[in-house]
Design a protein around this ligand. Structure first.
Ligand code: SAM
Length: 221
């Protein structure tokens, strides 16, 4: 048995009791969460906690999000196999691993090089290919590969960064936590005929999105 095969029962329980029981029904999302070995995306010593109903620290003051929140955000992206997806905030690489299971192209931007390097190691260890990790300020999006059918922001900002709305394709979906530093509203934005519709999805608490079109933080590169 490889390390990727471990914890199948824990994953099944996570999907059944934390995710499906709370209303996430997209079969492709549930299957992806059953498949991706979350324990390979947490720091050493936290493997046993990887399937618990909570976020976990991943170093540098950052977190891997609670499985249920990851599931809701992924479901709301309504991904199709040919979609181009941009993730802002690679963190551990776990969300990116799910995205590439469900879509065609995944680009993930992380501002902290150490985390970006670790995420790439985690993805390789989990046998996940096809995610392109870019180090930079994700509040500016990633224009060389735009437009995107879906954009997911996994850190919170006072408003949705303008460049991300510009880089969203017609018919595209964007999910982002928006609001004050401590807790925010999860917002879904859909672009139709050049106009954007905003749908609130509920309250969340995310780490800050630090950059030109987000929060201005100390140590910003
Ligand atoms: N999606 C991640 C996962 O699956 O582990 C969790 C992301 S963690 C909640 C938020 C991440 O956003 C952190 O790794 C943080 O360094 C990153 N971040 C914050 N501001 C950023 C920015 N302007 N551009 C790119 N990444 C940023």
């Amino acid at each position: 048995m490889t390390e990727t095969d471990l914890c199948r029962d824990e994953r099944e329980e996570m999907v059944e009791f934390q995710i499906r029981a709370r209303g996430v029904r997209d079969q492709r999302v549930l299957a992806a969460m059953r498949k991706i070995p979350r324990h390979l995306f947490v720091p050493k010593g936290f493997e046993r906690a990887a399937y618990e109903d909570r976020p976990l620290p991943i170093g540098e003051g950052q977190t891997i999000s609670q499985p249920y929140i990851v599931a809701v955000m992924t479901e709301q992206l309504e991904l199709k196999p040919q979609d181009r997806v941009l993730e802002i905030g690679t963190g551990s690489g776990y969300q990116a691993a799910l995205l590439v299971e469900l879509a065609g192209t995944v680009i993930s931007v992380e501002r902290l090089r150490d985390l970006a390097d670790r995420a790439q190691q985690n993805l390789a260890r989990a046998g996940v290919t096809g995610v392109r990790v870019v180090v930079g300020d994700g509040t500016q999006g990633y224009s060389p590969e735009a437009p995107y059918n879906a954009i997911i922001v996994t850190a919170a900002s006072p408003d949705i960064p303008g460049p991300l709305i510009e880089q969203l394709a017609e018919g595209g979906r964007l999910i982002a936590p928006v609001g004050p530093r401590d807790c925010q509203d999860l917002i879904k934005l859909v672009k139709r005929e050049g106009r954007v519709e905003k749908i609130p999805l509920g309250g969340v608490c995310f780490v800050p999105l630090i950059g030109q079109f987000g929060w201005r933080g100390e140590g910003y590169p």
